[in-house]
Design a protein around this ligand. Structure first.
Ligand code: GLU
Length: 272
């Protein structure tokens, strides 16, 4: 079976060495290599950054299939997936602000609050309120009562079959937001719908996203979508060991290029 991989940047800043590494790993591991522009958060995305993504990847010598998928054009599909989960009774509305959640979590309780893929595990304040507006959250306990377990194969960091039972999913992920009030979807929902739509067989991405993977597999199962293989790769760090963030413009690929670096230099810098 042809291996289909993808690189899925958000056009919210210039690509840096970490992105170059992610794109090169994805392209190298795929018989077919696809590109997806993750631009659901239109307030933060810029067309100029998207153009720069094409320039940088082309300069690195990468070629991808066209047309490129844009998440901003797919909001009705994310809504349909959300409706499907809602119809199964697996979601609820939530009007908590970040401050509300912080306050609820600072109330006396046993142990420190657990941190999930999106921050502190939601304490469930709105779960049984029957609200009809606000953000949409996943009811994790109900979802896991249906599935029992989620499992997936990891071939990158920490390789093997990873299994998560209901207790672990509630403890480590909890009732995450599936649709933000402002954009009507979330990274998690969009990535799951799109990986399936693009026929991705192997998701390659940074190890920082590994904690979200059990959630993605859970959503795939609830939506009747296939689960790809996951290949989380190491993160590229600066000389102080700090993870490169998009704001680190000093390390933008375009800057290295302007200073005369070649694609081979970039490969060397990221250890390829
Ligand atoms: N859009 C995400 C990012 O720029 C990557 C998402 C993914 O690979 O699943 O970090």
């Amino acid at each position: 079976m042809a291996r289909v991989t993808r690189f899925a940047p958000s056009p919210t800043g210039p690509l840096h060495l970490g992105h170059a590494y992610a794109a090169l790993v994805a392209a190298e591991r795929g018989d077919r290599f696809l590109l997806r522009i993750e631009d659901i958060d239109q307030a933060r995305c810029r067309w100029a950054y998207e153009v720069a993504i094409y320039q940088d990847l082309g300069w690195l010598g990468l070629r991808w299939e066209v047309p490129v998928l844009h998440q901003s054009a797919r909001l009705p599909l994310y809504q349909a997936a959300l409706d499907r989960l809602a119809a199964q009774g697996l979601t609820y509305h939530c009007t908590c602000s970040r401050g509300d959640i912080r306050a609820a979590l600072s109330a006396p309780q046993e142990g420190a609050p657990m941190i999930g893929p999106d921050g502190p595990i939601y304490p469930g304040t709105c779960r049984d309120k029957g609200l009809t507006e606000g953000a949409v959250r996943l009811n994790m306990a109900r979802a896991m009562a249906r599935l029992g377990e989620v499992a997936y194969l990891e071939t990158g960091t920490d390789p093997g079959t990873h299994r998560f039972d209901a207790a672990r999913m509630s403890h480590e992920i909890g009732d995450v937001v599936l649709a933000r009030r402002d954009i009507g979807t979330s990274y998690h929902l969009a990535v799951v719908v799109d990986d399936a739509a693009q026929g991705i067989t192997e998701v390659t991405r940074g190890a920082d996203l590994a904690p979200a993977t059990p959630l993605h597999v859970l959503l795939q199962q609830l939506l009747g979508l296939p689960t790809p293989i996951y290949h989380h790769h190491r993160l590229i760090r600066d000389s102080q060991g700090k993870r490169l963030a998009k704001r680190d413009d000093a390390r933008a690929l375009a800057k290295y290029r302007a200073e005369g670096a070649t694609p081979a230099d970039i490969c060397r810098m990221v250890g390829l």
